[in-house]
Write a protein that binds this ligand. Structure first.
Ligand code: F0G
Length: 366
């Protein structure tokens, strides 16, 4: 049986690695492309979810981190650093462990989920909570990378984008061609940059050291990015100094990959729009309760966007639409326990007795 070897080995001929490269991997990629039945019924298009929560540390960041950590080892680094809203730090901490490197992570104080915090700690990273937001953390991380002996593994490192482009390859490999529309959340804008790069590379002949690979897809998709309304610099057209949203993963006001995200939007004929926190939580509930897919709130922004565009009559029917859901629901589980009126769900308590349990379930004996 074929064992998935991680994105570097699976797509080695399309990544800047050689046979000699010492690959740092935890078996990332190869994630499910799940047909979303209810979203398909809603829109009249075939909607699929690229479930990136199934990566080793529970988010899409692992695709980039295998490349970044491999590059760090190749460069002879002893320590890596990143700024993060949580998922990058979880991934960096795990991959640094696999590489035998020290890892320092900078996170905005009080604004990262418990699951992500505990991952960074569990993997032995040095975690510093900065009195500032993600954008401040990234500033410091970049300066550390420039002036101190630490290797920066944020997506400003091109190795990260190289790894993350494999998400697009997998979508095309599963569907047999590119989708018509690709939808995803946008925060620091590395992922929309990476998907667009991947789709473009797969739609044209690709030069490698061992010759030219033929095009795999016949087209590229339209890229639809969605930001949280309180953290939507691409919608505003300028950085936001005080970004705010319950979707802490995408609480970012000054995205590092600004130009490349705008290029992805414009070259593809796409858009980057905003969804409110309420729309994000509605989509989060939709995914859990109607599709059976549990994601963290930030990951539901793309689905929120699709539902919003559908309500506005702006989603075509008869198309193929892929939505990247970026991180696992267990990263930030407390949102599932919140009801629509804001109170917490209370589990029903029952005695240790089958008759009472059956009655509580509304079951009658056969
Ligand atoms: N979804 C999740 C779950 C994320 O963690 C992030 C980014 C995004 C979407 C947005 O992706 O930044 O490539 O546009 N998280 C980063 C982090 C910033 O530090 O974990 P993007």
């Amino acid at each position: 049986a074929h064992q998935w070897r991680g994105v570097i080995r699976e797509y080695a001929d399309r990544l800047p690695v050689t046979e000699a490269t010492k690959v740092i991997t935890l078996g990332e990629g190869g994630t499910p492309l799940v047909h979303a039945q209810k979203l398909s019924e809603l829109t009249g298009s075939e909607v699929y979810l690229k479930v990136e929560g199934m990566n080793p540390t529970g988010s899409f960041k692992d695709r980039g981190m295998t490349m970044a950590m491999t590059a760090a080892v190749e460069a002879g680094a002893k320590a890596v650093v990143c700024a993060s809203t949580g998922n990058t730090s979880a991934s960096a901490a795990a991959y640094a462990t696999a590489a035998g490197l020290k890892c320092a992570v900078l996170v905005p104080e009080g604004k990262i989920s418990m699951g992500k915090l505990s991952q960074a700690i569990a993997h032995g990273a040095t975690l510093l909570q900065v009195d500032g937001n993600f954008d401040n953390c990234l500033d410091i991380a970049r300066k550390l990378g420039e002036a101190y002996p630490v290797f920066l593994v944020n997506s400003v490192n091109p190795a990260r984008i190289q790894g993350q482009k494999t998400g697009a390859f997998e979508v095309v490999d599963s569907l047999g061609d590119a989708p018509d529309i690709h939808v995803l959340p946008v925060g620091n804008a590395g992922n929309i940059t990476a998907y667009w790069k991947g789709y473009k590379e797969y739609s044209a002949p690709f030069e490698t050291a061992n010759g030219t690979l033929p095009a795999v897809s016949t087209k590229t998709p339209v890229m639809w990015g969605f930001q949280a309304a309180g953290a939507a610099p691409f919608v505003a057209g300028h950085p936001i100094t005080e970004p705010d949203t319950i979707a802490t993963a995408i609480r970012i006001g000054n995205p590092a990959s600004w130009e490349t995200a705008v290029a992805a939007r414009d070259e593809s004929g796409g858009l980057i729009e905003a969804v409110t926190d309420e729309e994000i939580l509605d989509a989060h509930r939709w995914l859990s309760a109607k599709e059976g897919v549990f994601v963290e709130p930030g990951s539901a922004a793309g689905v929120a966007g699709l539902i919003k565009k559908h309500a506005a009559g702006e989603v075509p029917s008869g198309k193929t639409i892929v939505i990247t859901v970026t991180g696992h629901g267990l990263k930030d589980p407390q949102w599932a326990l919140r009801t629509e009126d804001g109170s917490d769900v209370q589990p029903v308590k029952v005695p240790n007795d089958v008759v009472t349990v059956a009655a509580e379930l509304g079951l009658e004996e056969n």
